[in-house]
Write a protein that binds this ligand. Structure first.
Ligand code: 5GP
Length: 185
């Protein structure tokens, strides 16, 4: 395994603002690359296939697993999410810093495979704020929203196992904290 590059794992409950945060991070650090996951979830209106995710069928996802093209995967809600392996191998051998947006089980799998990866958990200012943000986003129905809030609570319990925990209270401050982490590791 070539480890000239490194993996930075970002986890945090649904609605915590990971996308907005990472978007600003990429603007400030254009040398970073980000892994595009495969998922069986339906595409949201504002999402672009190949940029936000590769939106694929369950059958194609299973084929990817069988052919060894998925580095890690997990079921989240009723959908599968996984990291395509080839781009990660290529970027690592090119010495790149790779950003992965990943839930807690996937982060653990990656940490086991890549010991020098750095894990960061993003926390909301409060549970109430998280629920408000998720409702305002309006992309999930009530059942899914309830499930995501339950998952959020159990994910937050796992945050102590991460290398770093940051609060997404103020966007600029949170991104500056991430840059500090990148500079330190
Ligand atoms: P969402 O449906 O909100 O886009 O994502 C749901 C969860 O799946 C989020 O916590 C997100 O970070 C996680 N996720 C996205 N891609 C992957 C992946 O490739 N692997 C794993 N394990 N989790 C992922």
């Amino acid at each position: 395994m070539n480890s000239n590059g490194r993996l930075i794992l970002f986890s945090g409950p649904s609605g915590v603002g990971k996308d907005t945060l990472l978007e600003l991070l990429y603007k400030k650090k254009p040398d970073l690359v980000h892994s595009v996951s495969a998922t069986t979830r339906n595409r949201r209106e504002n999402e672009v296939n190949g940029k936000d995710y590769y939106f694929i069928s369950k059958e194609d996802f299973e084929l990817m697993i069988q052919s060894g093209n998925i580095l890690e995967y997990t079921q989240y809600g009723s959908n599968l999410y996984g990291t395509p392996k080839k781009p990660i191998d290529d970027w690592l051998s090119q010495g790149k810093t790779i950003i992965l947006k990943i839930e807690v089980h996937g982060a653990k799998q990656i940490k086991r495979l890549y010991k020098n990866s750095v894990s960061v958990f993003i926390l909301p200012p409060s549970i109430e704020v998280l629920e408000q943000r998720l409702r305002k986003r309006g992309t999930e129905d009530e059942d899914d929203l309830k499930r995501r809030m339950e998952t959020a609570l159990s994910e937050i319990e796992e945050s102590s196992g991460y290398d770093y925990v940051i609060y997404n209270d103020n966007l600029e401050t949170a991104v500056d904290e991430i840059i500090e982490i990148l500079n330190k590791n």
